[in-house]
Design a protein around this ligand. Structure first.
Ligand SMILES: [Fe+2]
Ligand SMILES: [Fe+2]
Length: 141
């Protein structure tokens, strides 16, 4: 495999991973919004779900633009009974999403897509800090 093809394959794999993670996060956030918390918490989770779905959609667009046929994308609902544990787990996921978009930006060469990655990274950063604040607030109750 020549270098260009290797990088292309790496980019395709990375995009698949990202789409799967984004869809799973959105699914989980919708479930959380349904199950837990007051209006403010529910709205916050719905808002994150909306962002993650938009991210998945953007990543899918990148794959399609590369001429890729989309394969099966597994979405699984996790069964976590404890809201605190959920929040801790998802804060870690948001943190890794920040690194994900940083890494993706390095893999792509088109400036407009790099800009898109930067803006999605900013949104993941926002999710992380908002979720930290939610966690602190819930702990004090
Ligand atoms: Fe996301
Ligand atoms: Fe996020």
């Amino acid at each position: 495999m020549v270098l260009d093809e290797k990088i292309k394959q790496q980019l395709i794999d990375t995009l698949y991973q990202g789409i799967t993670d984004e869809m799973n996060s959105a699914y989980q956030y919708i479930a959380l919004a349904g199950r837990y918390g007051d209006g403010e918490l529910k709205q916050a989770f719905l808002h994150y779900a909306q962002d993650e779905l938009r991210h998945a959609d953007k990543l899918m667009g990148m794959l399609r633009d590369m001429g890729e046929e989309l394969q099966h994308l597994p979405v699984v609902q996790e069964d976590q009974e404890d809201l605190y544990l959920y929040l801790i787990e998802y804060m870690a996921k948001e943190e890794s999403a920040v690194f994900y978009y940083e890494a993706l930006e390095q893999l792509i060469t088109q400036p407009e897509l790099q800009l898109l990655c930067r803006s999605m990274r900013g949104e993941e950063q926002m999710h992380l800090s908002q979720m930290r604040a939610l966690y602190q607030k819930l702990k004090q109750k």
